[in-house]
Design a protein around this ligand. Structure first.
Ligand SMILES: *Cc1c(COP(=O)(O)O)cnc(C)c1O
Length: 396
């Protein structure tokens, strides 16, 4: 029995946020409110709502009832005071930087961040006068030394893409607090079911809702959760800059999240089984999965995660040529640049996350040309294993 005051994640992914508002015409499901604006019968009420002195909505770029419910659900799942949503995960990340960083500030992060985030670090932040320092993801001492030199923000992502390295949030958040820096964590790969960065010392947790939260690869969205004061700044930046989440997408994400906990639990289990199976396969060279004892950061993962996640990667003998033969033979996997959905999705970093790098740059990032990123779906795990076996037989 769950005797703690806070309901478990399985309950919150269903009920979270949904009981806080009166539902339209006694509907049990959150309605999709497509209206761009909200009309008032008298100026006083309108003014009170506009000033934030009374609950209500004015214009959907700012707030919208369907979108609000999505924000409230994430807020309770991440144990945050507040949450605000965005049109995509990248909008959540770029708006967080836009709202909190100024010319002259320094941001410290890791080399293995998501491709789009890395582009912000290398292409878009430096011309704004923001200094970016990217450290070796596996070297926590280097990160601590860099942080001790002072910074405005520490930006982390764990597990990383595509080699599923684990970054110690608690340890690095402590270093960041010592210099008064804000800690932002992209929790997309773990989902709120497997990790809660705010409880480990982060100030803001970000998700690409397009992945595990929605879970069905049919809606783009992003979210940031944190203290009321910080989220107010992000909300204000977003309401003016306009990267608002669409009501229909908010609905699809809410619908998907009802099964978030079920899906992620299944994906955790299946990924563990598949990772173990792959380590025994003669055509497989290397398997990256934080649940394996051989994983460099297995101990950190055990400490900070409730489950090891559905993401793994592995390299096959014969490199890229072998992948070109083997991946198209998979019957139960999309070859696509996506992850975290009910279907299994595979893609080599050569054409997905690291398409713009040279072979030498990929090698330097520890990404063999024959690496496959595998996002475990919720199919029957024996079917997934049989599928891998028949496909790998073509390159043995
Ligand atoms: C997909 C992804 C993003 C970007 O999210 P979008 O919704 O595609 O903009 C950011 N971080 C991580 C870890 C991701 O996987």
């Amino acid at each position: 029995m769950n005797n703690s005051k806070q309901p478990a994640a399985a309950t919150l992914s269903i009920w979270g946020g949904e009981t806080e508002h009166e539902l339209y015409e006694r509907s049990t499901q959150v309605p999709v409110v497509h209206s761009v604006s909200f009309a008032y019968k008298d100026i006083d009420t309108w003014q009170n709502v506009a000033l934030g002195n009374e609950p209500g909505h004015i214009y959907s770029r700012n707030t919208n009832p369907t979108v609000r419910t999505f924000e409230d659900k994430l807020k309770v799942l991440e144990g945050a005071e507040a949450a605000t949503s965005f049109s995509s995960g990248m909008a959540a990340i770029s708006n967080t930087f836009g709202a909190l960083l100024s010319p002259g500030d320094r941001i410290i992060s890791i080399k293995d961040s998501y491709g789009g985030t890395n582009k912000l670090f290398t292409e878009f932040l430096p011309p704004l006068g923001i200094e970016v320092s990217l450290c070796d993801t596996t070297d926590h001492s280097e990160l601590e030394a860099e942080i001790a030199g002072g910074c405005k923000m520490l930006y982390l992502e764990t597990p990383t893409n595509p080699t599923v390295k684990i970054v110690d949030i608690q340890r690095l958040a402590k270093a960041a607090k010592a210099v008064g820096a804000l800690v932002v964590v992209d929790n997309t790969f773990a989902s709120p079911i497997n990790c809660n960065p705010l409880a480990l010392g982060a100030d803001i947790v970000i998700h690409s809702a397009s992945k595990y939260l929605g879970g069905h690869a049919d809606a783009l969205g992003g979210i940031a959760c944190g203290s009321a004061a910080l989220i107010k700044k992000l909300y204000h930046y977003r309401e003016i800059n306009g990267a608002a989440l669409a009501p229909m997408d908010a609905y699809s994400l809410l619908r998907g999240m009802k099964t978030l906990s079920l899906r992620v639990e299944r994906q955790n289990q299946s990924a563990m089984t598949i990772a173990n199976w792959l380590t025994q396969h003669p055509a497989v060279e290397q398997v990256n999965y934080p649940g394996l004892e051989s994983h460099l950061h297995h101990d950190i993962a055990k400490r900070q995660m409730h489950g090891f996640g559905g993401m793994l990667s592995f390299s096959v003998k014969g490199g890229l040529e072998a992948i070109k033969v083997f991946l198209p033979k998979l019957q139960y996997a999309h070859m696509a640049a996506n992850l975290g959905c009910v279907e299994t999705v595979v893609g080599p970093p050569v054409v997905t996350s690291h398409v713009e790098c040279t072979a030498a740059e990929r090698a330097a990032a520890g990404i063999p040309e024959g690496l496959v990123r595998y996002s475990t779906g919720i199919e029957d795990v024996d079917d997934l294993l049989a599928d891998l076996e028949q496909a790998l037989a073509y390159i043995e």
